[in-house]
Ligand binder design. Sequence first.
Ligand SMILES: Nc1ncnc2c1ncn2[C@@H]1O[C@H](COP(=O)(O)OP(=O)(O)OP(=O)(O)O)[C@@H](O)[C@H]1O
Ligand SMILES: [Mg+2]
Length: 190
Amino acid sequence: MWPFDNGEERIHQPNKSTMLSRQEINAIESWISQIGIFQFYKTVGQKMSAARKTLKLKYKIIGHGFNRVVYDLNNGYILKVAFSEVGLISNANEAYLYNNCNEEVKKYLCPVKEHGTGWIIMKKVDTKVPFAIKEYTKLIKLELKFLRYGIIPIDLRLDNVGYNEKDEMVVIDYGLFTMDLKSPVLRWFV
Ligand SMILES: Nc1ncnc2c1ncn2[C@@H]1O[C@H](COP(=O)(O)OP(=O)(O)OP(=O)(O)O)[C@@H](O)[C@H]1O
Ligand SMILES: [Mg+2]
């Protein structure tokens, strides 16, 4: 299955959390079970709104992309919940990559705290990245570092990075990064 041979196994993850209540996990599971074929007919705004209304989480939404809605857990961590198939895969992929990559590059990935089917909890970082030459230079250096350690950093751009507490650039959205040269994702971008 796309994008991994064992994608099913990776996407279905144990749903335990020290930060989310059982009720919140149940709400996420229920939402995830509704992500189906009809999503292709909906706009990002419609999917976001459906996710928000179904999830009914008490946390503030601090961002979203085309695939995931992001809540601030107010304890230094954020929760990303998928609202598309790509979002589902991205959450599973981030958890896999963070836990399996070389230590040398791990420090450039926003740390993953917990994850389950369709959701992931990461450290909250500063996402105010100026569109400046200096930051683009850092981005290119980061890209080379990932490549050196066998990771193809697909979709690495300034929107998908932030700064950790040491003011170092870290990637907050590495859902499409791959260590697999046969990944079908590469056929889209290369
Ligand atoms: N670790 C984080 N700390 C603070 N804010 C975050 C973090 N991760 C994500 N966000 C916020 O949520 C937004 C969406 O997150 P993310 O890019 O992971 O979603 P996505 O749906 O996968 O995006 P894309 O459209 O690129 O696929 C980010 O642009 C950022 O504003
Ligand atoms: Mg993004």
